[in-house]
Design a protein. Structure first.
Lengths: 331, 377
């Protein structure tokens, strides 16, 4: 169905549910909204109606169900709660409306882009013209490229327990985890879920890009008690930016390696630097990128990790690249 | 402009109600789903009811749509109404004169409240701005937060704490404060900046234009006097920043570009490189503007990408970093360059192994480890 026809159907549905004083049963709704006559079967109508109800709730329409005392079966009726319908009168100033516009643009490239811009349209309808003169040109943006964001965001919002497959960073093993979600946080360009791990009986931080497909809810909404003093960002920062535990010594014979010198706080001509690190893999990548312009002196496991990367490159580029015999038989 | 259907016309003039008119040739907001459009209609109706006779263009501008889109919306309203859908049940809409008149829309005369996700998205955005001190007028920010929280209700306000954006993590708070200050006051900045692709530190004066964040990093977009062009600077690579006692208004030709879309924005003249990525480094395809992504049959989860690369050195460093999970397929010369760099790196490391005791390697002073700069903070 074309979007315009669907909009028409939804609008007629909203008006029907708003203008009724009695509960409307599904059969009555089917007759009241002309577009439902296009449903080829009862099942098709049911599917349409379920989808429409969901859509209306997403838009903020206060759809309520109940039964009339005179009914003898337990099939519910529907209507819109008119008292809950209206946006409370808020007297936003032009400057405030501009700030709200900026806040909505944070989501421009993320999965909440739709709700964020719809909210702004609703506020614009209050009749105020935004005044952007107080904005200084700070434009924060987030993205939500992790497929797990949608289901985990919704579960966190609804405070519903979940279960998902998770690949542990340290061991690379995948296992199903059962979690009571507390908060979902973006930090260092990644999304994290903070929650109570039911199997381990302790708070845990999960990276969304390590969550596999097939997140399921394992309980009703509003069942998760969130600690009042939760500081999700501190938990994530503590984990993501784990305090540096070790120090590497790296020789930089040439001018290359400005990034490592910056990280070490060393002068631009330093020939050797000491870099504190927590994540061996990440530092190995940074050093490996420099090729012959960097040499790990210490610790040995970092040195080996860097050498491994170079061997991997050589092997991947195989004999065609003129690699030594045996280095790249794979390709 | 569409030939407006007049309210006075007979019911037949509404012809094809429910099927044709609204989905006709008139433009509909591109990319907007049925829900987004419905939401706009529900916002628009109360606004129009209070402004009978408003000019089409003014109404379109207010809702940030074209007049064609507005007319399409009015056409849609015109065929909707209360059950029965007899002429008297339908919404009245008239715009023939270029002015909009609406009637018989009592059921939807009041603006719809915010949905849960809608309130949450704005509340989280506002808190993020507060974190970054992203607004000059903090009263406007606080006012917006207070009024939105009140309008959203307690439940939505509580749910909004379940999402938190920590965008300033990783940036030096001092650098951030200086940049933010210069931006607010419209002053020129002096930056010491690490150009990672060339691996060198540069000094330059810039006129700040915008502070943006994407994927957890802050970027300053500015007119660079050294490059005589708009440049983007990653805040975590700014070694030092100082506000200068000079006006920092960028020249008229300086136009800010949107971050996500044009981070590198390479042109046609830039050479094309073909890269095979294994599944574990698939993120490369999402982090850089690649022109084509094809799933690889030979490696499950892996992809072959085509991207434009202006700087061979950048690509060499990227592939060395990825350690064998990426392979340069074409051009062959670049593949050889990357392999040669890996070979040279291994050779240099082996050289070191040999000189533990006696023989100093060629380019190092014998006392190298002892004489090294040990600077730590």
């Amino acid at each position: 169905m074309a979007p315009a026809q669907r909009t028409e159907r939804l609008l007629n549905l909203v008006i029907a549910l708003l203008s009724t004083r009695r509960w409307l049963r599904k059969e009555q709704i089917r007759l009241a909204v002309p577009q439902y006559s296009e449903a080829a079967s009862d099942e098709a109508f049911d599917r349409m109606f379920e989808r429409d109800k969901e859509e209306l709730r997403d838009l903020g329409v206060p759809l309520v169900t109940g039964t009339d005392a005179a009914w003898f079966d337990d099939e519910p009726g529907y209507r819109v709660d008119r008292d809950a319908w209206e946006l409370p009168a808020i007297d936003v100033t032009p400057a405030e409306l501009a700030v709200l516009g900026l806040a909505s643009r944070v989501w421009q490239q993320a999965s909440l882009a739709g709700p964020a811009s719809r909210a702004l349209v609703k506020l614009r309808a209050l009749g105020v013209e935004p005044d952007e003169s107080s904005l200084v040109g700070v434009e924060p943006r987030v993205r939500t490229s992790e497929p797990a964001f949608g289901p985990l965001y919704a579960a966190t919002r609804d405070r519903a327990p979940v279960s998902f497959r998770y690949r542990t960073g340290r061991t690379g093993e995948t296992a199903r985890r059962r979690v009571e979600p507390w908060a979902i946080t973006s930090c260092y360009g990644r999304w994290y879920l903070v929650g109570h791990d039911l199997d381990r009986g302790a708070p845990r931080v999960f990276r969304l890009d390590r969550v596999g497909p097939g997140t399921t809810r394992t309980g009703e909404p509003a069942r998760v008690p969130v600690p009042a003093d939760l500081d999700a960002r501190a938990l994530v920062r503590g984990r993501a930016g784990a305090p540096a535990e070790r120090v590497a010594r790296i020789r930089l014979p040439g001018p290359a390696g400005a990034g490592l010198r910056l990280r070490a706080g060393a002068p631009a001509d330093a020939g050797e630097v000491e870099v504190a690190f927590a994540d061996l893999d990440e530092l190995a990548q940074e050093v490996a990128a420099l090729g012959a312009d960097a040499r790990v002196l210490d610790p040995p496991d970092l040195r080996e990790a860097v050498l491994d990367r170079w061997r991997g490159v050589l092997s991947a580029h195989g004999p065609a690249g003129g690699a030594p015999a045996g280095a790249g038989a794979a390709r | 402009m569409s030939p407006a259907a007049s309210r006075s016309g007979p019911a037949a003039a509404r012809g094809g109600r429910g099927s044709g008119r609204a989905s006709g040739p008139s433009a509909v907001a591109a990319g907007a789903g049925a829900g987004d459009r419905l939401s706009r209609l529900l916002a628009m109706v109360p606004w129009l009811l209070e402004r009978q006779g408003v000019a089409l263009q003014d109404a379109a501008r207010h809702f940030d749509i074209t007049t064609d889109q507005l007319v399409a919306d009015l056409e849609l309203l015109f065929v909707c109404g209360t059950p029965g859908h007899m002429p008297d049940d339908l919404i009245e809409a008239e715009w023939e004169s270029g002015h909009v008149y609406l009637g018989n829309a009592d059921a939807i005369a009041r603006p719809l409240r915010l949905g849960q996700d809608e309130a949450l998205a704005l509340l989280v955005g506002l808190r993020t701005l507060a974190d970054l001190q992203g607004v000059e007028d903090s009263a406007a920010l606080e006012g917006a937060l207070a009024k939105l929280s009140a309008a959203a209700g307690d439940a939505a306000a509580a749910a909004a704490t379940s999402v938190q954006l920590d965008l300033a993590a990783g940036a030096d708070p001092h650098v951030l404060a200086v940049v933010r200050g210069a931006l607010g006051r419209g002053r020129r900045l002096h930056l010491s900046y690490l150009v990672a692709t060339r691996d060198e530190t540069t000094e330059r004066d810039v006129d700040p234009m915008e502070l943006e964040s994407l994927d957890g990093r802050l970027y300053l977009q500015a007119w660079c006097h050294r490059a005589q062009g708009v440049r983007r600077f990653r805040l975590d690579r700014v070694l030092a920043a100082a506000e200068l006692d000079e006006d920092g208004t960028p020249p008229a030709e300086a136009v800010a570009r949107d971050l996500g879309s044009s981070l590198f924005a390479p042109g046609e003249e830039v050479p094309l490189v073909v890269l095979d990525l294994d599944a574990d480094v698939r993120w490369v395809a999402e982090s850089f503007p690649v022109e084509e992504v094809v799933e690889r049959a030979d490696a499950p989860g892996g992809v072959r990408v085509r991207l434009r690369v202006a700087d061979d050195g950048w690509l060499r460093r990227l592939v060395l970093r990825l350690g064998g999970s990426a392979r340069v397929v074409a051009p062959p010369a670049l593949a050889e360059q990357v392999a040669a760099a890996a070979r040279a790196a291994l050779a240099a490391a082996q050289n070191d192994d040999g000189d533990d005791g006696e023989e100093p390697s060629g380019d190092e002073p014998p006392e190298a480890p002892g004489a090294a700069a040990r600077v730590g903070r």
